[in-house]
Write a protein that binds this ligand. Structure first.
Ligand code: GUN
Length: 281
């Protein structure tokens, strides 16, 4: 079984991005900038944002975090986004989710100009991705996609089963694999026989948030299994895949932690650079 080392893959990607940034610096005499907006004091969001900032600075991006208290008025956030949209030193804008209930998530997502939407959540980018045009691609599915391609460069005709239909993961993941000519099945909580669907798969991407849902007898030999889950349980953080069981049958599997997670942040940095490059065209 191939244990897919997301930490190593992310470190390699960051090294490539570092080189790219130093070339950009020479060519344009400036560096791409990432601005993250963090609202409230939820511990997981604070940790994510700190990691994003640290990684961005390490590869040589200009990095800024704007923090607001949890009771900030929606208008203040929207006005700040408008200002950042016009600021030439900002290549990418990310508003950390989840947001407090009084702030309309969709309004915030749509306030970000699509050309700086490093999350790829704006309907314009969602539409462009599904139409096969150039767009920002959500960081987690992009990270999963790059890990899958490392194991299997030619995905044409492969059967992919995605567990979970979220806008963050499942749906964009399906689009990416469809672009590679996979036959894609998106499964969800109303799917009749999830195990039977998984047993057909050459590639399984589990992004549903149910601890250890995917069992050893759900997976056929030679399947690539990508575990997007991060679930807190009594025995610590576990993924959506039962690692011990599935590692005995799969061709390749991502661990949790150390699989998809590190790639998500590296892909955010990649998206920031890609937004910068498109802005210079
Ligand atoms: N919260 C958890 N994951 C994400 C993500 O990919 N982007 C944003 N903006 N917030 C998140």
């Amino acid at each position: 079984m191939i244990l897919i080392d997301g930490k190593k893959a992310a470190a390699e990607l960051r090294e490539e991005l570092k080189q790219e940034i130093s070339q950009i610096k020479k060519k344009y005499n400036k560096v791409p900038g990432l601005t993250v907006i963090l609202i409230g004091d939820m511990a997981p969001s604070q940790i994510y944002v700190r990691n994003k900032e640290k990684s961005a600075t390490e590869v040589g991006l200009k990095s800024e975090v704007i923090k607001y208290p949890g009771n900030v008025e929606e208008k203040i956030v929207l006005d700040k986004i408008k200002e950042l949209n016009k600021d030439d030193s900002v290549s990418g804008i990310l508003v950390q989710l989840p947001l407090p209930n009084h702030i309309d998530k969709q309004k915030v997502i749509e306030a970000i100009i699509p050309s700086k939407d490093v999350d790829g959540f704006h309907p314009m980018n969602v539409g462009n991705l599904s139409s096969g045009y150039e767009s920002s691609i959500p960081c987690t599915p992009l990270g999963c996609y790059l890990l899958i391609k490392k194991i299997e460069p030619n995905l044409s005709g492969k059967k992919a089963v995605i567990i979970g239909r979220s806008n963050l993961n499942g749906k964009p993941m399906a689009q990416l694999l469809l672009k590679e000519n996979c036959t894609v099945t998106i499964t969800h909580s109303k799917t009749k026989d999830l195990r039977a669907e998984c047993l057909e798969a050459d590639i399984i991407v589990a992004a549903v948030g149910i601890p250890e849902l995917v069992r050893g007898d759900w997976v056929k030999k030679n399947t690539i299994v990508i575990d997007v889950g991060i679930n807190k349980t009594d025995k610590g953080i576990v993924g959506d895949v039962n690692f011990d069981e599935v590692s005995k049958v799969a061709k390749a599997l991502t661990p949790v932690p150390g699989g998809v997670g590190p790639m998500t942040i590296a892909c955010l940095l990649k998206n920031t650079i890609d937004c910068f490059k498109r802005s210079q065209k």
